[in-house]
Design a protein around this ligand. Structure first.
Ligand code: RNT
Ligand code: ZN
Length: 417
């Protein structure tokens, strides 16, 4: 892409935005500061590096068999490094417990320690990345249908121990990087068919969580992620949205909103301003559900645009953490990352460029025609010129130029795996 063309378009866009009271440079400074927590699991279809085979299940499933997935830590790190050369801004890497550096040893989930993540911490420091973390309840012989909500004490205790250890690992990561590590707890617990002891499992889950959260940490933050249903667990989910919203509000834990975990017509954007009033912070798993929680690559669609607008409109960006959660195994995985991250940033940029002051004034004055008109016109303001400029000044491919870079990486690296 021609540099001077990007520059020129940007200058024109800047003037156009000034006419509606928007400071484009301010929007760019803000965008630069918003980290996106990149999910490590897109690189290898959520398999991880445990020595024992990942049994899958747990209500989630990556579909597709595009060649070139990362098979070990080095490949995964190389892929993430490549992705980072194609996106502007400073980001975070979101690890799952099954991605430890186990060095070929069988380490069961109730035995993991910060040492298994030491090389990740070191690598992340070198790459100027911060880490986030997740407990892993799925893909294990003890996963079954119930983990933390399991009435069978030994099984339940195994998962409680696992989750407690994940908190200590997150604490060490947070200390090491001098920035809180966000630990997300998502469990698949549920039932395939009509369930009659719903109350019982939820009570058990509440107790397990209380036990897990008994210790207070300073360098990590706990999140709990609800879900509507899982594959083969369609009838009942112990950790439903009502359950975690209630738990989070009562115990002051962060509720993770995964955009694929609600009824397909539910408005996730509208939840932001409600949650902010009753829970300390918000964690987002930005995803793209197609008919179900399919975890398609995030694109710039209306859902994500609205979500970004609601985030920015609250002016509480410091309390809202943006993570991605998609895993598409049917296309080039590096490409999937880059599309998803850039689309999320585009949505945020559009939101930051909204003529907010004028819109709010209209609303306050009851000028609803004017509000609707400006919202419509704002959609076609030249935000793309500002986006190109963001990429240019971040020294990353402008526009579709990243396609050939990913093709090259495929030729040189992933196609040889
Ligand atoms: C599953 C949840 C969960 C996982 C990741 C791998 O439906 O969204 O967040 O996708 O933890
Ligand atoms: Zn999720």
């Amino acid at each position: 892409m021609k540099k001077d063309l990007v520059q020129k378009s940007y200058e024109i866009a800047k003037e156009r935005y000034a006419a509606v009271g928007v400071d484009v440079d301010e929007a760019l400074t803000e965008l630069q500061k918003i980290p996106i927590s990149i999910q490590c699991w897109q690189a290898d279809d959520v398999i991880g590096f445990e020595v024992s085979e990942n049994l899958g299940g747990g209500g989630i499933q990556a579909t597709g068999n595009y060649p070139g997935k990362a098979r070990n830590i080095d490949e995964l790190r190389a892929d993430i490094e490549k992705v980072l050369t194609l996106v502007g801004g400073k980001h975070r890497l979101n690890l799952h417990a099954i991605y430890g550096d186990f060095k070929g040893k069988a380490v069961d989930r109730d035995m993991i320690e910060p040492a298994h993540f030491a090389s990740w911490m070191q690598w992340a420091k070198e790459k100027d990345l911060k880490l986030d973390f997740n407990s892993t309840s799925f893909g294990h012989p003890k996963s079954g249908d119930l983990t933390l909500a399991n009435p069978d004490k030994p099984v339940r205790d195994f998962w409680i121990e696992h989750t407690k250890r994940c908190r200590t690992i997150a604490e060490e990561m947070g200390k090491f990087q001098n920035d809180p590590c966000i630990l997300n707890i998502w469990i698949h617990d549920g039932m395939k068919d009509l369930t009659v002891n719903r109350y019982k499992y939820r009570k058990i889950l509440e107790q397990s969580l209380d036990e897990i959260f008994a210790v207070d940490y300073r360098n990590m933050k706990d999140c709990i992620e609800a879900k509507l249903f899982g594959i083969a667990l369609e009838s009942y989910t112990v950790g439903s949205y009502d359950f975690y919203l209630g738990y989070g509000a009562k115990k002051q834990k962060i509720v993770t909103l995964d955009t694929g975990h609600f009824h397909i017509s539910e408005n996730i954007a509208d939840k932001i301003s409600a949650l902010l009033l009753f829970t300390p912070e918000i964690m987002l798993h930005v995803s793209r559900p197609i008919r179900w929680d399919s975890d398609h690559v995030v694109i710039l669609n209306e859902d994500i645009a609205e979500l970004a607008k609601e985030i920015v409109r609250t002016k509480e960006l410091g309390r809202i953490h943006i993570g991605l959660d998609f895993f598409d195994a049917s296309i080039n995985r590096i490409g999937a990352y880059v599309i998803g991250i850039r689309s999320t940033q585009k949505a945020l940029l559009q939101a930051l460029l909204e003529p907010a002051d004028r819109l709010r004034k209209y609303e306050e004055n009851g000028q609803y025609f004017e509000r609707l008109a400006l919202l419509e016109e704002a959609k076609v303001l030249p935000w793309n010129a500002v986006w190109d400029y963001f990429c240019l000044t971040n020294n990353v491919a402008v526009g579709e130029d990243y396609i050939s870079e990913i093709q090259q990486y495929e030729k040189d690296v992933t196609s040889k795996r």
